[in-house]
Design a protein around this ligand. Structure first.
Ligand SMILES: [Zn+2]
Length: 592
């Protein structure tokens, strides 16, 4: 067993409604169960948010030295799956299996680690039937015409997670409330098969499980009746998790889960994303235009319990931030490679400066302090990590100057140590790709071209056109070409005599003639958010009820790239800062 670091890791427990020191049941080991998706369609960014949040938890627990068993289920038997399968004439299990696979592809793209177990309902009918039988035997469920209902009246603790009273229970939402129920709040454990519907045999007749029972049965199968952490979206607190507790305790009175964790919603225009409102984006739709790491960065830029307002502006900023991280690491890698052999073979120890030592120390302590505070990812992304990246760029810049060999080697040693520390942090945050830095940069550029609806050749042609215009002293045309590209998210940079390009946050005129903020949705279609590059207000979402100081995502817009030792002019940078400040101000006013 790996040694677990003695660290005060605080988790907000939805059951006790407070932060608590995390203490696992078995020292050194953690068992966690997270409710998975109902696989009948592509997953949306609300799902991405939930599974990234619990992936950070999974990674951090491992980082602390725990041996973690992570179980996340697939609901592959459900009303919605059957309905969709009937609509398109496909076998429901084939359809759900297909979307389980699509979900796994999304999770891999978003760098969510694979859970240890990913059980599916259709593979666990025996465990589900056994548990229902136990609940009936313990007098907490009854059979009516092939259906089995949980009897909430026979379970006195019902409502302890959600704090709801029985009369509030709208368990009937998923099935029509019928008079055969003893209490309208009773919910189905087993549903008798309708003609032509997929079904499994049971002592109560052919049918299929109700929604909630699967998680009780599968968690006990893989983690026993007592385990450490149960997670899911806030919308699952009631009725799903409330009913899970009732079922598990009714089947086994010793059943206990110590920490309940729930992530907040993703909203669009401050409304919860939902298909019925049409403010709904799949992960695929977003990752077609933005790198999955940008989406991950964006979602981690808000504390996991706060709502995240989906905003193109924020994803643009996250995309920029990810580019900055990888460009810094790439430059760092090139610089290190020049002297690595010399450092390795040298008998002399190279001293690193106090600046570097402090930066590393701060990054490490800040990182653990913030993640241990109920997984506070936003402050890590914005503060200590940025300080380290900035220092790396400063050193890279110094390395380009004429230095004595020992100074060069000391600076390189500093970069080696900083890079290692930054990689460790990125790894725990799930932002470290298995690809090379350069490959990630290429992917980010590829997405920027897709968003700009340009090819690389188009951009190179415009660079050439601009050079020609400047040669002919037509600076107006030259500037126009550059600003046209900048408005499409392509920044041109003059490096020495050469012009190169990189993605940037698209810059529109600071204040348009009609007085709108750049990219603010026109009132004509503000009800219809789209994936086009339309800016919405920057929303500052922070941990509920906690300090509002350290906020948002990558505020380090457009860092000047000094790594190559050339002064790089980045037109639009100041403009961008201005845009950002205006958007922030508006947002602060709107959010009180
Ligand atoms: Zn569940």
């Amino acid at each position: 067993m790996a040694e677990v670091r003695e660290f005060e890791f605080q988790i907000y427990n939805s059951m006790t409604k407070q932060k608590e020191k995390f203490k696992p049941i078995v020292p050194g080991k953690v068992s966690m169960y997270v409710c998975g998706v109902t696989s009948y369609d592509f997953s949306h960014i609300g799902h991405a948010r939930a599974y990234i949040a619990f992936d950070v938890l999974f990674r951090y627990l491992k980082h602390l030295g725990y041996e973690v068993k992570y179980v996340r289920n697939f609901t592959d038997v459900d009303d919605k799956i059957i309905k969709r399968a009937n609509e398109i004439g496909e076998d429901p299990l084939v359809l759900s299996s297909r979307f389980c696979q699509e979900f796994l592809t999304d999770m891999a793209d978003l760098q969510c680690l694979t859970p240890d177990e990913q059980p599916r309902v259709s593979d666990h009918m025996n465990q589900i039937r056994d548990m229902i039988q136990k609940i009936i035997d313990n007098n907490c469920a009854y059979v009516v015409d092939g259906d089995v209902y949980f009897s909430v009246d026979n379970f006195p603790n019902y409502g302890r997670l959600s704090g709801r009273k029985l009369e509030d229970n709208r368990a009937g939402e998923r099935i029509a409330v019928d008079s055969r129920k003893r209490n309208p709040a009773d919910f189905a454990l087993w549903k008798a098969a309708k003609p032509g519907e997929i079904s499994w045999d049971s002592p109560w007749g052919p049918g299929r499980p109700g929604w909630h029972i699967e998680c009780s049965a599968m968690s006990v199968t893989y983690l026993t009746e007592t385990f450490d952490i149960h997670g899911g979206g806030m919308d699952l607190i009631f009725p799903h998790h409330e009913n899970e507790i009732a079922q598990s305790c009714a089947a086994c009175p010793n059943s206990n889960i110590n920490y309940w964790m729930h992530n907040g919603f993703v909203t669009a225009n401050d409304e919860k994303m939902s298909k019925s409102i049409g403010n709904f984006f799949t992960i695929r739709e977003v990752t077609k235009l933005y790198h999955p790491l940008a989406l991950r960065h964006f979602l981690m830029g808000t504390h996991y319990r706060s709502p995240v307002n989906y905003s193109i502006a924020q994803i643009e900023i996250s995309s920029e931030a990810v580019y900055y991280i990888y460009q810094t690491l790439e430059d760092c890698g090139s610089a290190i490679s020049q002297f690595q052999e010399e450092i390795k073979t040298s008998v002399k120890k190279f001293v690193i400066t106090d600046d570097v030592k402090n930066c590393i120390k701060n990054l490490r302590s800040h990182f653990e302090e913030k993640l241990s505070d109920d997984l506070h990812t936003p402050t890590i992304l914005n503060a200590a990590l940025q300080d380290a990246l900035r220092l790396m760029n400063k050193i890279l810049s110094m390395l380009k100057k004429k230095l004595q060999k020992p100074q060069k080697l000391s600076n390189t040693e500093s970069l080696i140590q900083l890079e290692k520390e930054v990689r460790d942090v990125l790894d725990v945050l799930g932002l470290l790709s298995s690809l090379t830095y350069n490959e990630v940069l290429k992917q980010l550029k590829g997405k920027a071209l897709i968003r700009a609806e340009l090819t690389e050749e188009d951009v190179l042609q415009r660079i050439e056109d601009r050079a020609l215009a400047r040669k002919n002293k037509d600076f107006k045309l030259g500037d126009q070409i550059r600003s046209d590209l900048t408005s499409k998210g392509i920044a041109l940079m003059d490096v020495g005599s050469e012009t190169i390009w990189r993605p940037c946050v698209p810059v529109e005129p600071a204040i348009s003639s009609d007085g709108h903020l750049p990219g603010q949705p026109d009132t004509s279609d503000s009800q219809q958010p789209s994936l086009s590059r339309r800016y919405t207000t920057r929303v500052i979402a922070e941990e509920p009820g906690v300090e509002l100081g350290s906020i948002g995502t990558g505020t380090r817009l457009g860092p000047k790239n000094e790594a190559n030792g050339f002064k790089i002019t980045w037109i639009g940078f100041e403009l961008l800062e201005f845009v950002y400040i205006v958007a922030m101000t508006v947002s602060w006013i709107q959010n009180g």
